[in-house]
Design a binder for this molecule. Sequence first.
Ligand code: COA
Ligand code: AMP
Length: 636
Amino acid sequence: MSSYAQSYRRAEEDPSGFWLEAASALAWDKQPTQGVDDSRAPLYSWFGDGTLNLSVSALDRHVAAGRGGQAALIYDSAVLGLKRSYSYSELLEQVAKTAGALAGLGVGVGDRVLLYMPMIPEAVIGMLACARLGAIHSVVFGGFAPRELASRIDDAAPAAILTATGGVEPNRRVEYLPTLAEALRLSEHTVPHVLVTPREGFATGLSDVDESVPGTRWHDAAALVSAAPAAPPAVVPSTHPLYILYTSGTTGAPKGVVRDTGGYGTALAWSMRNIYGVGPGQTMFTASDVGWVVGHSYIVYAPLLVGATTVLYEGKPVGTPDAGAFWRVAAEHGARALFTAPTALRAIRKADPQAELVGQYDLSELKAIFAAGERLDPDTAAWTAEVTGKPVIDNWWQTETGWPIAANPFGLDPQPIKLGSPTLPVPGYRVRILDAFGEQVSEPNAEGNIALELPLPPGALTTLWGNDERFVSSYLSAFPGYYASGDSGYLDEDGYVFVMGRTDDVINVSGHRLSTGAMEQVLASHPAVAECAVIGVNDPLKGQRPSGYVVLKSGVELSEEELAPQLIALVRKDIGPVADFKDVRVVAALPKTRSGKILRKTMRQIADGEDYQVPGTIEDASVLDTLIGVLRPARD
Ligand code: COA
Ligand code: AMP
């Protein structure tokens, strides 16, 4: 039996034993003796009697073990031409002092701290500083607009916010302070302290926002941190929330995924060695953003937990300055693993189809390229493998799970790659295909809902912030005894997982998960719009892109040319540039069922040129006939 099969079976037969053993990869204050706790099923938790501080596992113990001089974090900014390396000792000092600065403002165990940060070292330091204090961080991606930020502020009710004066996009500088001030004015919760890391070249500074929001004090983070004492690590229960990460659901209200401490740390440490094949003294380059789950897990926590070096890259796959950027960073810092989103690989291929730039760099240290965040299409996987000569490894997971559900166990026991599949279920995950009635589909290659048998392994979400009921109703009620992933797909005859798409109204644009429901809410707020639908249509570069269809209120005399830019601007203002909402059409009517449900799936199938069936419950089939001409061009 292969070592993968052995591990999988052990995790299945004795989950508590398997994961308690894996937990010894962390530095515990009190080593756990309890594995999974099912006393509150369907809510499960892990390692109930363990206590620890995760920043100790990520930093202090490596320094104590003699790794103090090794690079822990390498910041490489392609947009500013800056590079800076932090050794484990330096990173520990910065983290402890930042924690000291936060503690000086009254932040302590269980308090929430929101981060709205670009890809700079202070973002990683801020997250680890929260972990050190037992404060719960919540990072919000920089491409979100004030209203989205405000909804997260109100839900998490943070005691402090960490930010910077701005971020750098290739075509512009993004001023963070006006956005944040606007979000604070929109939110009901008052945040007493905002700590601002100053960056050169931004128009808005501290003096411009000072006193702009009643009840909020704005501090210079650099000054505060340099004057602060180093804070000791606060020991917390393993089940203590490490962070909240908001993700898109089907409605406009984002879901606050809650991650525990010891279970997450254990799962990440296991995955680094067994999936990504990166260990102490080796380098991982994860080209994502700290605002996404991939960034939380594989830029920040996992590499540091195993004593590796992590690369924090500020830039894009193309245009900063060219499509060789990832190869340059991987070569220069000797990365053993490169982890990115398929979109980035497609963007590189589009800009450098002959892969002329790959050959300019020495990629001999690089052992594999990992991709996640959206389906890795076979064509992109094959091209990347061919031009780099490296295995390209798809892995399927979600913000909710925090680490891969299905992957090729490259570090443990590489399995044959099947293009289009993220390979096999990871030990601890029992992946099942269920039909609409929740019955298990046992024949291979038959598509259905992908569900995970409960309990989930350590590391996966434990609940939604402050909302156990929504956790249960969103994920655990559809199929009792299972976690509903929201994805559809199948298992082939060898047990390989194939993930084909979402079963809900969540779409995936450039590896970013977005809610079409949230975009519909924004469109519906325009006074000219009577009703609307937003669907995700296939896009050769971005995977999907949102496409909106609006029906005007009767008597409104606006043309499509006048209205479309207004609606595009509205989505950008209310959700943010990350929504990438650029297509909107005015239509006479939307196709609906007799009960009034808009036939979004049928619309998407038509737009994607797929076969479709007109549901028998359609209210007026002629509406669909007139729409076909409008929908089809969306694909071209
Ligand atoms: N702050 C502010 N704005 C941001 C932002 C941030 N952190 N990140 C993106 N945006 C803006 C962009 O500037 C762009 O604005 P524009 O409409 O004014 O041009 C918009 O949001 C869309 O950006 P993006 O999704 O990056 O698209 P793009 O066309 O600029 O670039 C790619 C395309 C493929 C190069 C890019 O999407 C990419 O790097 N994808 C990889 C995604 C990834 O790593 N995901 C992580 C999941 S694992
Ligand atoms: P996010 O929570 O932003 O990471 O998005 C998770 C969703 O992205 C999943 O539910 C899938 O729909 C999709 N996804 C992520 N990784 C993959 C993958 N490797 N293959 C197919 N879909 C993926």
